[in-house]
Design a protein around this ligand. Structure first.
Ligand code: AKB
Length: 350
């Protein structure tokens, strides 16, 4: 696949930002912010984008990141300065079809890294590659080990227990390879064709969208289901604790890392986190804000084992030091200032 800075008709290709998984939870919010800054966005997703998101994009391609022909079309038409690669099959869905998860999550990521390297060669400069990784990259060996090692840093316990988590670690390593070692022995190798930057996101709670296919979903699911006046059966134990953050904080972190001067960054992969509530903490605030809410705990042993392999808290001191990461909310203020106002409006509970 060789890119040329000009289209076949000789016109210079437009400089754009490519967003994969554009129709997903994070894609919605990211494109909202990127488009406000006047960026030209090219979106990719397996499904048609909703009209609101599509209207904020220069172009949109419906298809699979494993489709070489599709990527070739994007490569030929546009000059890509940055890639936000959000497309992925999450942890729960990945455990029902692990080989499919690997194909999408790893082969797809490799395709995008190859595209970035081709673009860099054509442009004569590196392409920034933003890769949302996950706390699923961690694999606490037991609940006891999780409770003993409450706060983990980026270099601890990275033997993931899910295909999704293994895929995220693979994506991190592929990105580091493309950045630092790509085509190591080739005489015509380009140095640093990819500027790879990654965040291991915790569970994310959005007031606008309900996640699907994840194992941290119990938090946002509980809020959205109860807000509709329905009873919620939580699939993990009340004492289950993992890190979470709000979607606005996640998008702020991704854009803040993208904007950071490369010389400030001491690593490719960073933890970020805002708060680490238990499932019982979610229940407590949901019942406070929706009196009469019905929440019961019916652990799904398989999904419970996945969440038990994720740490209680992540040490995000490197992100705070290198690029100024700081959370916006505490768990309480996330409910008070972000979730409740928008959730009530969304479900007519204002
Ligand atoms: C999942 O639950 O699989 C994701 C994640 C923690 O990355 N939300």
């Amino acid at each position: 696949m060789s890119a040329d800075p000009h289209t076949p008709s000789g016109h210079r290709r437009e400089k754009v930002i490519l967003v994969t998984g554009a129709g997903g939870e994070m894609g919605h919010g990211l494109i909202d912010v990127l488009s406000c800054d006047g960026n030209q966005i090219v979106a990719m997703d397996v499904r048609e984008l909703d009209a609101g998101v599509r209207s904020k994009c220069r172009d949109a391609f419906v298809g699979d990141i494993c489709d070489g022909g599709l990527l070739e079309r994007v490569n030929a038409q546009y000059e890509i300065g940055e890639i936000f690669h959000l497309a992925a099959l999450l942890s729960t869905r990945g455990e029902f079809a692990p080989e499919t998860a690997h194909h999408v999550n790893v082969d797809g990521t490799l395709n995008l890294l190859k595209l970035a390297a081709e673009q860099a060669r054509a442009q004569g400069q590196g392409v920034k590659f933003m890769f949302p990784s996950s706390i699923a990259a961690y694999g606490m060996p037991s609940v006891e080990a999780k409770r003993t090692n409450r706060v983990v840093n980026e270099d601890q316990f990275t033997h993931a227990h899910t295909m999704y988590g293994v895929n995220k670690v693979a994506g991190e390593e592929l990105g580091r390879y493309y950045q630092d070692h790509y085509r190591k022995l080739a005489k015509d190798r380009m140095v640093r064709p990819v500027d790879f930057r990654s965040i291991r996101f915790p569970g994310i709670i959005s007031s606008d969208t309900v996640p699907a296919g994840g194992t941290s979903d119990y938090g946002p699911e509980m809020i959205h289901v109860v807000a509709q006046g329905k009873a919620y059966d939580c699939f993990v134990r009340p004492d289950t604790r993992i890190p979470f953050m709000t979607m606005p904080e996640a998008i702020d972190a991704l854009l803040r890392l993208a904007a950071a001067p490369k010389e400030r960054l001491t690593r490719c992969v960073y933890n970020v986190s805002a708060f680490s509530p238990t499932a019982a903490d979610f229940e407590r605030l949901v019942k406070r804000d929706f009196p009469g809410a019905q929440v019961s705990f019916v652990p799904d042993l398989g999904r419970q084992a996945i969440v038990d392999s994720w740490p209680e808290e992540c040490d995000d001191s490197a992100a705070r030091r290198d690029w100024g990461w700081t959370p916006t909310y505490t768990f309480e203020s996330a409910f008070e200032k972000y979730l409740m106002p928008k959730i009530r409006a969304r479900y007519g509970k204002a």
